[in-house]
Design a binder for this molecule. Sequence first.
Ligand SMILES: [Zn+2]
Length: 154
Amino acid sequence: MSTDKISFEPKVLEGEINIPYKWTTGPAAGKFLTTLRDERKIIGLKCSSCGRVSVPPEEICGKCRKRNSEFVDISDEGELVSFTEVRVPVFWQPAEPPFVIGFIKLDGADTLLIHRILASASSLKKGLRVKARWKEEREGHILDIEGFEIIQEG
Ligand SMILES: [Zn+2]
């Protein structure tokens, strides 16, 4: 047996793996998505222990770890808390870059919703008021909201 070391150049094969999948949303996300579709309305879950309202709804409170069970209506308007411009394309994105993603604190919610902002990054600043632009044809998906538009200078 030879004791010579084997030397080789690493070879990289490039390819793409397509993995179709389905999964259950669970009761909270399922009700959230069907309410978007059927009622054109945003709902959250309120913690019966600490009162925190999560959107999208969290089955377990992210603050006190109790089970949430009270669905509450949430406004489709809120405040732009932060944002960034997406410039690198990834296949699952809702649009071709460049586009803006924002953290939105909807009126009545204590958590932030991440969604597309329908404006250029250069026209935005923290604190602007935004409102959902709904799609006419909805299918029970977060993109039933096309994005959020500026409604008032903050
Ligand atoms: Zn709680």
